[in-house]
Design a protein around this ligand. Structure first.
Ligand SMILES: [Zn+2]
Length: 67
């Protein structure tokens, strides 16, 4: 038995990391265990190890139109 796919589109979850040292923000796909203010990875811009997750949010993909 199949579930019929409705038109409902699930939002894609993104995690935003920000670096307090240089102010750079980067966005990546959400991973399990991510939460706001969690220490994040090393900054790609200035190599500061003090980056944190500043936001987690869902975003709907752009709507695709049927032909
Ligand atoms: Zn930085």
């Amino acid at each position: 038995m199949f579930f019929r796919k409705k038109k409902e589109v699930k939002p894609e979850i993104f995690t935003e990391e920000s670096c307090p040292a240089c102010g750079v923000k980067s966005r990546r796909k959400f991973e399990d265990g991510d939460y706001v203010f969690k220490p994040a990875t090393v900054c790609k811009n200035c190599s500061s190890p003090n980056t944190i997750i500043s936001a987690v949010y869902g975003e709907y993909p752009p709507e695709t139109h049927k032909n």
